[in-house]
Design a protein around this ligand. Structure first.
Ligand code: NAP
Length: 395
């Protein structure tokens, strides 16, 4: 394995985001252990070029073609190759890095994530939307190509750590923990007034804007439920959600003999990322160490599906199967963007998802092209529903 001597080659899709920067922080702390093949961002060429120069990446890609000239300029005088556009993003993932961090936000990250899976890479999977939309296709592709899916979400990483090597028949339940987000104790009336700024201020985790809003509506936990189903092959009715505001117990696996195994740690994404980066070994991280005596107590409570309807919607979409989770995800991405832009209220997000799911006809899905087509149709549908609800002036 590369970490025993040779360098491990790595590519980071979404290097300028929250997960991408935590990954780069770990690379910075382990000089000589990793060689960077490619870094990918959407528009942030300044940060991308700085990362690529500092880490000696072979390639830097910006998805937005209009930023190509700026990227070239920012990299001038270095040996880093520059490229731009959605196809270049996919080609970056297809280059022969041993390990790929899939940390683009949203379903737009699916084609590049699949390119890494199709060539049999170790794929550190943060981009949960791609698994939600194409879970069956992705796990089948990994089985064909020999790719290893290494979950980055702290909950799934926790389950992966206590699940590896066990047999699915031995598992009674998966228990995904959830912080409950910033509005855990708010009633619906109070939620109706919350602002984007309040929604992105997560009480425990420091994350990108979209996942922070998803945590506030709790659809993030619904997406994670779908993700867990695909990653671990456990049916929806055997996956539970448990509110745990301290985010110390990252998730649990209950076995048929009554044993319950959990993974614990302070809430710092560098711990699960490092687990995937060094896999199957471990590497040191600077994450704060867990001090249970100082913490004193850990608390748990059942989620409230009435105040957080997005949880129910995610369960229903998984039960419905076919393309329903694609529609759920697409409508949510459209609604979260509209909320962040101040065009709709917080409670309109789940309402828009529910409306779109109710009205969209859900076809069977047989290919990534089918996924992307339904994603596009559902987005258009969600936008027009929002317009018709007269709550938003979307272009
Ligand atoms: N943040 C966390 O702690 C956390 C934890 C678990 C799972 N996740 C999952 O990890 C993924 C990333 O989350 P994040 O919080 O890191 O998001 P983020 O901070 O918003 O970063 C998103 C990254 O994706 C890039 N990107 C966006 N659109 C792109 C496109 N069309 N093509 C190529 N690159 C694109 C962005 O580039 P620019 O900077 O140029 O816009 C940025 O590098 C999400 O799926 C999220 O659910 C995150």
């Amino acid at each position: 394995m590369a970490l025993n001597g040779a360098q491990r080659s790595v590519t980071i899709l979404g290097s300028t985001g929250s997960v991408g920067m935590s990954t780069i922080d770990l690379l910075d702390r382990a000089p000589g252990r990793f060689a960077v093949e490619a870094l990918v961002a959407n528009t942030n060429v300044e940060r991308l070029a700085e990362q690529a120069r500092r880490l000696g990446a072979r390639l830097a890609v910006v998805a937005d073609p209009s930023r190509f000239r700026d990227l070239k300029q920012a990299l001038s005088g270095s040996d880093v190759e520059a490229a731009a556009g959605p196809q270049a993003v996919i080609e970056a993932a297809a280059r022969p890095a041993e390990w790929v961090m899939a940390a683009i936000v949203g379903a737009v990250g699916l084609p590049a994530t699949m390119a890494a899976v199709d060539r049999g890479a170790l794929v550190a999977l943060a981009n949960k939307e791609s698994l939600v939309c194409a879970g069956g296709l992705m796990t089948a592709a990994a089985a064909r190509s020999g790719a290893t899916l290494l979950p980055v979400d702290s909950e799934h990483n926790a389950i992966f750590q206590v699940f590896t090597g066990r047999r699915i028949e031995e598992v009674e339940r998966l228990i995904l923990t959830a912080s409950g987000g910033p509005f855990r104790s708010f009633d619906r009336k109070r939620m109706s007034d919350v602002t984007p700024r309040e929604a992105v201020a997560h009480p425990v985790w420091d994350m990108g804007a979209k996942i922070s809003v998803d945590s506030a509506t709790m659809i993030n936990k619904g997406l994670e439920l779908i993700e867990a189903h695909h990653l671990f092959g456990v049916p929806e009715e055997r996956i539970e959600i448990l509110i745990h505001p301290q985010s110390v117990v990252h998730s649990l696996v209950a076995y048929v003999d009554g044993s319950v195994l959990a993974q614990l740690g302070t809430p710092d994404m560098r711990t699960p990322i490092a687990y995937t980066l060094a896999w199957p070994q471990r590497m040191a991280t600077p994450s704060a160490r867990l001090d249970l005596a100082r913490l004193g107590q850990l608390t748990f409570e059942a989620p409230d599906a009435t105040r957080f309807p997005a949880l129910r919607l995610a369960r229903e979409s998984l039960q419905a199967g076919g393309g329903a989770p694609i529609v759920l995800n697409a409508a949510n991405e459209v609604a979260v963007k509209a909320f962040l832009e101040g065009q709709i209220g917080f409670l309109d997000i789940a309402a828009a998802v529910e409306d779109t799911l109710a009205r969209e006809s859900i076809p069977a899905i047989g290919s990534i092209a089918d996924v992307m087509a339904l994603d596009g149709v559902a987005r258009a549908h969600a936008r027009s529903l929002l317009r018709r609800r007269n709550v938003v002036q979307l272009a």
